[in-house]
Design a protein around this ligand. Sequence first.
Ligand SMILES: O=C(CO)[C@H](O)[C@H](O)COP(=O)(O)O
Length: 235
Amino acid sequence: MKTEGGTDAAKRRAGERAAEEVEGGDVVGLGTGSTTAYAIEAIGEAVANGLEVQGIPTSFQSRQLALEVGIPLTTLEAVDTVDLAIDGADQVVDDPDSSAHGALIKGGGAAHTREKLVDAAAERFVVVADPSKLADRLERSVPLEVLPDAHTVVADRIRDLGGEPTLREAANKDGPVVTDNGNLVLDCEFGPIDDPDELAAVLSSVPGVVEHGLFVDLADVTYVGTDDNVAIREY
Ligand SMILES: O=C(CO)[C@H](O)[C@H](O)COP(=O)(O)O
Protein backbone atom coordinates (compact mmCIF):
# COMPACT_ATOMS: atom_id res chain seq x y z
CA MET A 1 0.00 0.00 0.00
CA LYS A 2 1.29 3.47 -0.88
CA THR A 3 1.86 5.51 2.27
CA GLU A 4 1.21 9.25 2.24
CA GLY A 5 4.28 11.35 3.11
CA GLY A 6 4.22 14.57 5.15
CA THR A 7 3.89 16.82 2.13
CA ASP A 8 1.13 14.73 0.61
CA ALA A 9 -0.78 14.76 3.89
CA ALA A 10 -0.38 18.54 4.08
CA LYS A 11 -1.60 18.91 0.48
CA ARG A 12 -4.57 16.70 1.23
CA ARG A 13 -5.51 18.76 4.28
CA ALA A 14 -5.35 21.98 2.29
CA GLY A 15 -7.33 20.54 -0.62
CA GLU A 16 -10.02 19.03 1.55
CA ARG A 17 -10.38 22.24 3.57
CA ALA A 18 -10.85 24.25 0.37
CA ALA A 19 -13.48 21.81 -0.87
CA GLU A 20 -15.52 22.55 2.27
CA GLU A 21 -16.11 26.05 0.86
CA VAL A 22 -18.13 24.64 -2.03
CA GLU A 23 -21.89 25.04 -1.65
CA GLY A 24 -24.86 23.61 -3.52
CA GLY A 25 -25.45 25.39 -6.84
CA ASP A 26 -21.88 26.70 -7.08
CA VAL A 27 -19.87 26.92 -10.26
CA VAL A 28 -16.33 25.99 -9.24
CA GLY A 29 -13.06 26.61 -11.05
CA LEU A 30 -10.99 23.45 -10.84
CA GLY A 31 -7.27 24.21 -10.73
CA THR A 32 -4.40 21.97 -11.72
CA GLY A 33 -1.76 20.04 -9.78
CA SER A 34 -1.37 17.54 -6.97
CA THR A 35 -2.78 19.75 -4.19
CA THR A 36 -5.88 20.77 -6.11
CA ALA A 37 -6.41 17.13 -7.04
CA TYR A 38 -7.29 16.46 -3.39
CA ALA A 39 -9.91 19.22 -3.54
CA ILE A 40 -11.35 17.83 -6.78
CA GLU A 41 -11.58 14.36 -5.25
CA ALA A 42 -13.32 15.76 -2.16
CA ILE A 43 -15.80 17.71 -4.34
CA GLY A 44 -16.43 14.50 -6.32
CA GLU A 45 -17.23 12.72 -3.07
CA ALA A 46 -19.66 15.49 -2.09
CA VAL A 47 -21.30 15.25 -5.53
CA ALA A 48 -21.71 11.50 -5.02
CA ASN A 49 -23.48 12.39 -1.76
CA GLY A 50 -25.92 14.73 -3.50
CA LEU A 51 -24.17 18.11 -3.75
CA GLU A 52 -25.12 19.89 -6.98
CA VAL A 53 -22.23 21.81 -8.50
CA GLN A 54 -20.66 22.45 -11.87
CA GLY A 55 -16.92 22.54 -12.45
CA ILE A 56 -14.82 24.48 -14.92
CA PRO A 57 -11.51 22.67 -15.43
CA THR A 58 -8.29 24.58 -16.03
CA SER A 59 -6.37 21.82 -17.83
CA PHE A 60 -6.64 18.43 -19.47
CA GLN A 61 -5.50 16.94 -16.15
CA SER A 62 -8.19 18.58 -14.03
CA ARG A 63 -10.85 17.81 -16.65
CA GLN A 64 -9.92 14.13 -16.63
CA LEU A 65 -9.94 13.94 -12.84
CA ALA A 66 -13.26 15.80 -12.60
CA LEU A 67 -14.83 13.38 -15.09
CA GLU A 68 -13.39 10.44 -13.17
CA VAL A 69 -14.88 11.57 -9.84
CA GLY A 70 -18.22 12.56 -11.37
CA ILE A 71 -18.22 16.37 -11.25
CA PRO A 72 -20.55 17.79 -13.95
CA LEU A 73 -18.59 20.19 -16.14
CA THR A 74 -19.42 23.48 -17.78
CA THR A 75 -17.53 26.26 -19.55
CA LEU A 76 -16.84 29.94 -18.92
CA GLU A 77 -19.05 30.82 -21.90
CA ALA A 78 -22.01 28.96 -20.46
CA VAL A 79 -22.15 30.62 -17.03
CA ASP A 80 -22.71 34.14 -15.71
CA THR A 81 -20.69 33.63 -12.52
CA VAL A 82 -17.86 31.47 -11.27
CA ASP A 83 -18.49 31.32 -7.52
CA LEU A 84 -15.07 30.16 -6.50
CA ALA A 85 -11.90 28.71 -7.93
CA ILE A 86 -9.56 26.37 -6.08
CA ASP A 87 -6.00 26.16 -7.32
CA GLY A 88 -2.46 25.36 -6.22
CA ALA A 89 0.69 27.47 -6.39
CA ASP A 90 4.42 27.01 -6.78
CA GLN A 91 5.27 29.90 -4.47
CA VAL A 92 3.17 32.20 -2.27
CA VAL A 93 4.38 35.41 -0.62
CA ASP A 94 3.72 35.02 3.08
CA ASP A 95 4.60 38.35 4.63
CA PRO A 96 1.74 40.55 5.86
CA ASP A 97 4.11 43.55 5.87
CA SER A 98 4.83 43.16 2.17
CA SER A 99 2.70 44.79 -0.53
CA ALA A 100 3.11 41.47 -2.39
CA HIS A 101 1.51 39.43 0.43
CA GLY A 102 -0.53 36.69 -1.30
CA ALA A 103 1.15 37.08 -4.70
CA LEU A 104 1.83 33.76 -6.42
CA ILE A 105 4.01 32.05 -8.96
CA LYS A 106 2.07 29.40 -10.86
CA GLY A 107 2.62 27.33 -13.98
CA GLY A 108 4.67 24.41 -12.65
CA GLY A 109 2.18 22.25 -14.54
CA ALA A 110 2.23 24.54 -17.60
CA ALA A 111 -1.45 25.31 -17.10
CA HIS A 112 -1.21 28.89 -15.84
CA THR A 113 -2.91 30.56 -18.82
CA ARG A 114 -6.21 28.81 -18.34
CA GLU A 115 -5.74 28.82 -14.56
CA LYS A 116 -5.41 32.61 -14.56
CA LEU A 117 -8.44 32.97 -16.81
CA VAL A 118 -10.63 30.89 -14.50
CA ASP A 119 -9.11 32.02 -11.17
CA ALA A 120 -9.45 35.69 -12.15
CA ALA A 121 -13.06 35.17 -13.25
CA ALA A 122 -14.02 33.67 -9.89
CA GLU A 123 -15.78 35.67 -7.19
CA ARG A 124 -13.41 34.02 -4.71
CA PHE A 125 -10.02 32.51 -5.49
CA VAL A 126 -8.90 29.91 -2.94
CA VAL A 127 -5.25 28.84 -3.04
CA VAL A 128 -4.17 25.49 -1.64
CA ALA A 129 -0.57 24.87 -0.65
CA ASP A 130 1.81 23.02 1.63
CA PRO A 131 4.33 24.95 3.76
CA SER A 132 7.18 24.45 1.24
CA LYS A 133 5.39 26.92 -1.04
CA LEU A 134 5.54 29.86 1.39
CA ALA A 135 8.28 32.46 0.97
CA ASP A 136 9.10 36.02 2.11
CA ARG A 137 9.22 37.04 -1.54
CA LEU A 138 8.87 35.41 -4.93
CA GLU A 139 12.15 34.01 -6.22
CA ARG A 140 11.35 30.92 -8.27
CA SER A 141 11.53 31.05 -12.05
CA VAL A 142 8.47 32.55 -13.71
CA PRO A 143 6.86 30.34 -16.40
CA LEU A 144 5.86 32.10 -19.61
CA GLU A 145 3.53 30.38 -22.06
CA VAL A 146 4.75 31.54 -25.47
CA LEU A 147 3.63 31.05 -29.05
CA PRO A 148 5.91 28.41 -30.62
CA ASP A 149 7.21 30.79 -33.31
CA ALA A 150 8.01 33.38 -30.66
CA HIS A 151 10.19 31.44 -28.24
CA THR A 152 13.58 32.72 -29.43
CA VAL A 153 12.36 36.31 -29.75
CA VAL A 154 10.76 36.23 -26.30
CA ALA A 155 13.90 34.60 -24.85
CA ASP A 156 16.00 37.48 -26.24
CA ARG A 157 13.64 40.03 -24.70
CA ILE A 158 13.81 38.24 -21.34
CA ARG A 159 17.64 38.40 -21.45
CA ASP A 160 17.36 42.15 -22.23
CA LEU A 161 15.25 42.46 -19.10
CA GLY A 162 17.97 40.74 -17.03
CA GLY A 163 16.29 37.33 -16.86
CA GLU A 164 17.55 33.89 -17.83
CA PRO A 165 15.05 31.94 -19.93
CA THR A 166 15.07 28.14 -20.31
CA LEU A 167 12.79 26.33 -22.73
CA ARG A 168 10.98 23.71 -20.64
CA GLU A 169 11.85 20.20 -21.82
CA ALA A 170 9.39 17.32 -21.60
CA ALA A 171 10.32 14.53 -19.21
CA ASN A 172 8.92 11.65 -21.23
CA LYS A 173 9.34 12.74 -24.83
CA ASP A 174 12.06 14.27 -26.94
CA GLY A 175 11.66 18.01 -27.27
CA PRO A 176 9.85 20.69 -25.37
CA VAL A 177 6.75 20.68 -23.18
CA VAL A 178 3.72 21.59 -25.27
CA THR A 179 0.87 23.17 -23.32
CA ASP A 180 -2.81 22.24 -23.56
CA ASN A 181 -3.07 25.25 -25.89
CA GLY A 182 -0.30 24.03 -28.22
CA ASN A 183 2.28 26.54 -27.00
CA LEU A 184 5.74 26.32 -25.37
CA VAL A 185 6.96 27.29 -21.90
CA LEU A 186 9.97 29.44 -21.04
CA ASP A 187 10.98 29.25 -17.39
CA CYS A 188 12.54 32.61 -16.60
CA GLU A 189 14.90 33.25 -13.68
CA PHE A 190 14.85 36.83 -12.42
CA GLY A 191 16.28 36.21 -8.94
CA PRO A 192 14.27 37.62 -6.03
CA ILE A 193 11.29 39.58 -7.35
CA ASP A 194 10.80 42.71 -5.23
CA ASP A 195 7.90 44.13 -7.24
CA PRO A 196 5.86 41.31 -8.84
CA ASP A 197 3.23 43.78 -10.03
CA GLU A 198 5.79 45.73 -12.06
CA LEU A 199 7.36 42.57 -13.52
CA ALA A 200 3.90 41.21 -14.36
CA ALA A 201 3.10 44.35 -16.36
CA VAL A 202 6.40 44.16 -18.26
CA LEU A 203 5.96 40.46 -19.08
CA SER A 204 2.39 41.03 -20.26
CA SER A 205 3.68 43.61 -22.72
CA VAL A 206 6.12 41.27 -24.51
CA PRO A 207 4.77 40.21 -27.93
CA GLY A 208 4.52 36.44 -28.21
CA VAL A 209 3.87 35.92 -24.49
CA VAL A 210 0.45 34.33 -24.15
CA GLU A 211 0.48 34.48 -20.33
CA HIS A 212 2.96 34.59 -17.44
CA GLY A 213 2.80 32.77 -14.14
CA LEU A 214 2.73 35.79 -11.82
CA PHE A 215 -0.66 36.00 -10.08
CA VAL A 216 -0.75 39.35 -8.30
CA ASP A 217 -3.76 40.63 -6.31
CA LEU A 218 -5.86 37.65 -7.34
CA ALA A 219 -5.91 35.31 -4.33
CA ASP A 220 -8.53 35.82 -1.61
CA VAL A 221 -7.31 33.16 0.80
CA THR A 222 -4.60 30.49 1.04
CA TYR A 223 -5.14 27.26 2.92
CA VAL A 224 -1.78 25.91 3.99
CA GLY A 225 -1.88 22.29 5.03
CA THR A 226 0.47 21.59 7.92
CA ASP A 227 1.46 18.38 9.73
CA ASP A 228 -1.73 18.29 11.75
CA ASN A 229 -3.83 21.30 10.75
CA VAL A 230 -4.63 23.95 8.15
CA ALA A 231 -3.28 27.49 8.48
CA ILE A 232 -5.41 30.21 6.87
CA ARG A 233 -4.14 33.37 5.20
CA GLU A 234 -6.88 35.82 4.21
CA TYR A 235 -5.93 38.72 1.93
O1 LIG B 1 0.34 26.14 -11.27
C1 LIG B 1 0.13 24.96 -11.30
C2 LIG B 1 -0.03 24.21 -12.58
O2 LIG B 1 0.22 25.02 -13.70
C3 LIG B 1 0.00 24.16 -10.05
O3 LIG B 1 -1.12 24.61 -9.35
C4 LIG B 1 1.26 24.36 -9.24
O4 LIG B 1 2.37 23.89 -10.02
C5 LIG B 1 1.21 23.60 -7.90
O5 LIG B 1 1.18 22.23 -8.13
P1 LIG B 1 1.20 21.18 -6.93
O6 LIG B 1 -0.06 21.36 -6.13
O7 LIG B 1 1.29 19.85 -7.62
O8 LIG B 1 2.44 21.47 -6.10
